[in-house]
Ligand binder design. Structure first.
Ligand code: SF4
Length: 393
């Protein structure tokens, strides 16, 4: 348990993020903790790098909506101070706190207080002895050895409330290290690609590493380490777990067609507008934005709710059934209104209030007109295929 969040075994995978405020700034840090929790973080880490930070943690922990992990850098006394402050978990980097007596002192205190510790091995700050031993390189074996050595120190004082991470900025390296670690121990693992950088590259790297391991059944908590507002980290972590079916959907899952020659609207702009409109609403529905009424409702028939453009109008549909027609510039407003209605009352109740047959007639009319105007091969596919055949015959 990290506070009231279960970690490991069959517990849901949890999302972590980290504040970027000075921990001594209690109000600023708490505000960020709340923002992270709202965005999907189950656990939040704060740095504890000075006495003022530890004192700040004593004020932050009782008021935090989620468990707090104290990040300890080089001073083991800061770990003892953070425990005194009442934190729910510590993170120790074996590359930074190296003296066995210091490690044992922290583990003893954590044992007496039943506070877990994450052993946070980091490829960039590996213990110099291990670095040399493994050929002056950061290898998966060296990272795993670092974690197992730390577990050994903990075992000497009878402490085993352990979570482990072996992060690296190289995706293949971290994947290898975690695979080896999962073979070597049953302790819960915290996944991440460290220093992944700014989005979108940072998002892609993190997802590549974390999702690969999660798909193999490895990992119990995750963090996106982005060079960005930490709210983006928390949101990305949550979205990854929801998209992999590892956590229940909490926010809108917005899908949109890629657009093509048939599109009646700027699909990218409308999808982005919809993303922004749904950003802070906790509505666990799949919502579709489709560029045309010719194919959109059919392609997105499994969505809970969707809208497709046609001749200056938006055709709103609920689980494939036409529900309403709205002006093109009201498409996003209509999606939000209907999403809230469905979320509150359910799709059948929402549909019972409207004339679905009329909505279907209107959609069919726009579909027929578009087909008449554009034909059924708006992307000139048959002409291209004919041309290919001519050139290759
Ligand atoms: S056919 Fe319509 S729904 Fe499909 S990609 Fe093109 S615009 Fe979007």
């Amino acid at each position: 348990m990290v506070g009231d969040v279960p970690v490991g075994a069959h517990a849901p995978i949890s999302v972590q993020s980290m504040t970027v405020t000075r921990t001594a700034d209690v109000d600023g840090t708490l505000q960020q903790v709340y923002e992270l929790a709202m965005a999907g973080a189950d656990i939040v880490r704060c740095t504890c790098n000075e006495v003022e930070a530890a004192e700040g943690l004593a004020r932050i922990v009782p008021r935090s909506p989620v468990p707090i992990v104290a990040d300890i850098h080089h001073q083991y006394r800061m770990a003892l101070a953070a425990l005194e402050a009442g934190v729910h978990c510590l993170r120790l980097n074996p590359g930074n706190i190296r003296k066995p007596e210091h490690i044992r002192a922290v583990a003893s205190e954590a044992r007496d207080r039943s506070v877990p510790i994450r052993i946070g091995v980091n490829g960039g700050s590996l213990h110099p002895d291990l670095y040399r031993k493994h050929g002056d390189r950061v290898t998966p074996e060296a990272m795993v050895e670092s974690a197992l050595t730390e577990i050994g120190y903990f075992a000497e004082v009878g402490f085993d409330l352990i979570k482990i991470s072996v992060k690296a900025s190289s995706v293949p390296l971290m994947i290898d290290a975690y695979r080896q670690l999962a073979e070597a121990t049953d302790h819960p693992l915290h996944l991440g690609v460290t220093e992944a950088g700014p989005p979108p590259a940072g998002l892609i790297k993190s997802t590549a590493g974390i999702a690969t391991l999660l798909a193999e059944g490895i990992g119990d908590t995750i963090r996106y380490s982005l060079t960005a507002d930490p709210v983006a980290e928390a949101r990305a972590g949550r979205q990854l777990l929801e998209s992999m079916g590892l956590r229940e959907r909490r926010n809108v899952d917005l899908i949109a067609c890629p657009s093509c020659g048939r599109a009646e609207i700027d699909v990218v702009a409308v999808a982005e507008e919809a993303m922004a409109a749904f950003a802070d609403r906790e509505i666990p529905l799949q919502v579709a934005v489709m560029g045309c009424v010719v194919n959109g409702p059919g392609e997105a028939r499994d969505a809970d709710l969707g809208i497709a453009a046609g001749r200056g109008r938006g055709h709103l549909f609920v689980r494939g059934r036409n529900a309403a027609v709205v002006a093109e510039d009201e498409m996003v407003d209509a999606l939000v209104e209907w999403a809230e209605l469905i979320h509150t009352d359910g799709p059948e109740a929402a549909l019972s209030r409207v004339d679905t047959e009329k909505a279907e007639r209107e959609a069919n009319r726009d579909r027929e007109r578009l087909l008449t105007d554009q034909g059924d091969d708006v992307n000139d596919t048959s002409i291209r295929i004919e041309s290919i055949r001519r050139r290759t015959s």
